[in-house]
Design a protein around this ligand. Structure first.
Ligand SMILES: NC(=O)c1ccc[n+]([C@@H]2O[C@H](COP(=O)([O-])OP(=O)(O)OC[C@H]3O[C@@H](n4cnc5c(N)ncnc54)[C@H](OP(=O)(O)O)[C@@H]3O)[C@@H](O)[C@H]2O)c1
Length: 312
């Protein structure tokens, strides 16, 4: 497919989170990539090849507008707790600068159809306001990246995430653990967005005010556990594996202010939106190769098992 490389500015690229992988993916794809970061941020992790590193207070709309003039895309990848306070100013600046595409901080799940969305509102509802803001400003189109739980991030988080605690050799499987869900690695999110942003105008137009579904793996909790056991050389008999009703876990987690099992148990529940395999972008057409689940899982297992035990 012919490519149309673009001028992309990424905000939120300094940490080790998704913004840094989006930056990497965009650079590797050949886009001209700039970074806008806060006045006080540490930029030492930003890789070479970036066109410019600009500093600005994110609520200084005039300053950010000046930095965004001439850019084709503004990608926002702001930490969840900070996003609500700062993202609106950056979107206002993008419109003032005439930037035609904004990728707002999404990078989540679309459990939009059913009851649990009510429960998940604290996590996802705040993001809708920014998509609405972009539409009302009428300058840019938004592209919302859906990637479900990030694979390595979630395996590292252990029990409250996919229910698999590699360090403690314990697993909690929801509804038998066989429900397929999509999960995406950090690098794949970056590569997917970069490839879509390199589509010619007519193709990219299909993503205007629309969702972009990325995925590395279409797996169940049991598939993930099997891959972990393969990486460790252990068998299930050496682990404590329990099965729980996803509905019960969701209800339990909903009572707490921030219990991430609410999200993970919903995503692992049949019919609640965690399996979006039929919507995933056409990776063959984008020229992006399938990753190896066992290799990704093993790298996390090695990391966790080689870490010193927490001190008492
Ligand atoms: N799918 C998943 O599994 C998953 C998991 C967690 C989060 N998410 C989503 O992904 C988004 C990004 O998460 P992340 O973990 O990549 O973010 P992160 O690494 O915590 O933060 C990304 C960037 O946000 C900026 N930032 C941090 N604190 C800020 C503050 N107080 N004010 C202004 N900017 C601040 C920083 O960039 P500068 O220093 O350059 O300003 C930072 O590098 C979240 O908002 C959430 O919606 C998805």
């Amino acid at each position: 497919m012919p490519q149309q490389l673009r001028k992309i500015t990424v905000v939120g690229a300094t940490g080790g989170g998704i913004g840094s992988w989006i930056l990497k993916g965009a650079l590797e794809a050949g886009h001209t990539v700039s970074v806008v970061t806060r006045l006080e941020s540490d930029t030492s992790s930003i890789p070479p090849g970036v066109a410019a590193i600009h500093r600005a207070a994110y609520d200084d709309v005039a300053a950010v507008t000046a930095l965004l003039k001439g850019q084709d895309v503004l990608v926002l990848a702001i930490g969840f707790m900070a996003m609500k306070a700062v993202q609106g100013h950056l979107i206002t600046a993008a419109a003032a600068a005439g930037v035609p595409w904004v990728v707002p901080t999404e990078y989540g799940s679309q459990t939009v159809v059913t009851d649990p969305l009510e429960l998940l509102n604290p996590i996802f509802a705040g993001k809708a306001a920014f998509r609405k803001q972009i539409e009302e400003l009428g300058v840019a189109g938004w592209i919302g990246v859906v990637n479900n739980p990030w694979t390595e991030f979630s395996l590292r988080r252990g029990a409250p995430a996919f229910g698999i605690d590699i360090a403690a050799r314990k697993a909690t499987l929801y509804d038998g653990g066989n429900t397929k869900l999509n999960t995406t690695t950090y690098p794949k999110v970056g590569r997917t967005l970069a490839a879509v942003l390199a589509l010619p105008d007519a193709e990219l137009a299909k993503y205007r005010n629309a969702w972009l579904h990325a995925s590395s793996f279409h797996v169940s909790q049991r598939d993930l556990l099997a891959s972990v056991l393969k990486a460790t050389g252990e068998s299930e008999s050496g682990w404590v594996v329990e099965e729980r009703s996803a509905e019960e876990v969701v209800a339990e987690a909903a009572k707490e202010p921030f219990d991430s099992r609410l999200l993970y148990a919903t995503v692992a529940r049949a019919g609640y939106g965690g399996d979006y395999n039929d919507k995933v972008v056409d990776y063959a057409a984008l020229g992006i190769e399938q990753e190896d689940l066992d290799a990704v899982v093993k790298s996390v297992v090695d990391e966790i098992r080689s870490a010193p035990p927490p001190s008492a």
